[in-house]
Ligand binder design. Structure first.
Ligand code: RB5
Length: 143
């Protein structure tokens, strides 16, 4: 599985640690984020990740910014993206199980690295439940 990851300046440290963690688990990782802690604009990194997920260049995405909201708002402008913001493992599970999120977004300034890695593990292991949730996500796109 190929995972795309993006971040702004607030997410550099966690991104670097996550890339090592994911590669250690055998995932291929494509970095769409900044590697600098100089102030930057999250949308410059969210759009390339969204396009890579939509085109199938990567299978799933992970995004980090300070609150997670800038990334989530930008990613969700793309019709093929369901980016879910999570801040604990139960939400990370449900965002896959119920919302079939193809991008997991996390708030780097409001979650410990330990929590971030637990959320990633939970989201990657979770399966979409389908059923009523399939009907619900089918109503999301704006036609
Ligand atoms: C950067 O200061 C911060 O605004 C950004 O990381 C994010 O929280 C925006 O939603």
């Amino acid at each position: 599985m190929i995972i795309g990851i993006c971040n702004d300046h607030a997410g550099v440290e966690y991104k670097n640690r996550l890339v090592k963690y994911l590669k250690g688990k055998g995932y291929e990782v494509v970095n769409f984020g900044t590697d600098s802690e100089d102030s930057c604009d999250y949308a410059d990194f969210a759009h390339p990740l969204a396009e890579a997920v939509e085109s199938g260049r990567v299978d799933k995405g992970i995004a980090l910014c300070g609150t997670g909201n800038g990334m989530a708002i930008t990613l969700n402008k793309h019709q093929g993206i369901r980016a879910g913001l999570a801040w604990n493992t139960a939400i990370a599970h449900l965002v896959k199980a119920h919302n079939n999120a193809n991008v997991l977004v996390m708030p780097a300034r409001f979650a410990s690295y330990r929590m971030v890695v637990s959320m990633v593990r939970e989201w990657l292991a979770a399966e979409f439940e389908g059923g009523r949730h399939e009907r619900r996500i089918a109503k999301i796109p704006v036609r």
